[in-house]
Design a protein around this ligand. Sequence first.
Ligand code: ADP
Ligand code: PAZ
Ligand code: K
Length: 248
Amino acid sequence: MTHLLIDAGNTRVKWALVRHGEWLDHGALEHHRIATLAQVTAGHAPVGVLGTNVAGAHVAEAIAAALPLAPRWLTPRERCCGVINRYDDPAQLGADRWAALIGARAACPGPLLVVGAGTATTVDVLSAEGEFLGGLILPGEALMRRSLARDTAGLPLAEGDPVDCPRNTRDAIVTGCLQAQAGAIERMFRHIGEQPGALCVLAGGAAERIAPLLALPLRRIDDLVLRGLARIAADEAAGGADDKRILG
Ligand SMILES: Nc1ncnc2c1ncn2[C@@H]1O[C@H](COP(=O)(O)OP(=O)(O)O)[C@@H](O)[C@H]1O
Ligand SMILES: CC(C)(COP(=O)(O)O)[C@@H](O)C(=O)NCCC(=O)O
Ligand SMILES: [K+]
């Protein structure tokens, strides 16, 4: 009973093939290579495809066209797998954020700050009781650097690593954009920081660049969204004990 799990973000499509909780294979594709998903499933004959997509209808269509069976796309609900969604309109929450919260809850008990450092950075507060209390959306560090290059006359697309106290334009940009990420994360951590066992769980393509700047209890789990989808698929296979209305 192999399942294909898909995390379609605004930069890349991440995927994993899982069977009875075992990860057979996984990978990441840029949008222009989505058609190669066909090779991923060849020889595996998945019985189901469960995914999150925040990259728009054209990406959903390209993924569907590459696969032998129709993907089911996750829609955030009021509760699922021990997580309660306190967004004003639960369905408006990004499906990737919802799956990441579920994956984080399954991996780590206790109060969490769940950070998705991708195209955008999301910084979400999950209480010890499993309540998603709310969170931030800000441009990711690469998007911040690109926007400075695009919308100013004098700034380049700066690349490189952060420094302590920048004394040139390139270092000022790189360090500024990374510190903006770290600062937002550290400020949101104050919501749970006083509680026993409080932990920041960091995922996403930019995690490696942000992690060294963070002065807080940290665990990196790079495939948090896919892990959440695996948890949901397992719950569903067990009869959806926690919530029968998982999918939209
Ligand atoms: N090889 C890479 N290709 C694309 N993005 C990368 C790469 N290495 C690091 N990044 C960083 O990862 C981000 C994309 O991460 P990802 O988690 O895939 O985002 P999304 O879920 O939005 O598609 C980029 O914005 C950039 O900051
Ligand atoms: C915030 C996001 C753009 C993050 O997407 P990503 O960076 O992973 O590509 C996505 O979760 C989204 O479109 N959310 C819907 C709005 C919301 O969560 O309130
Ligand atoms: K994100």
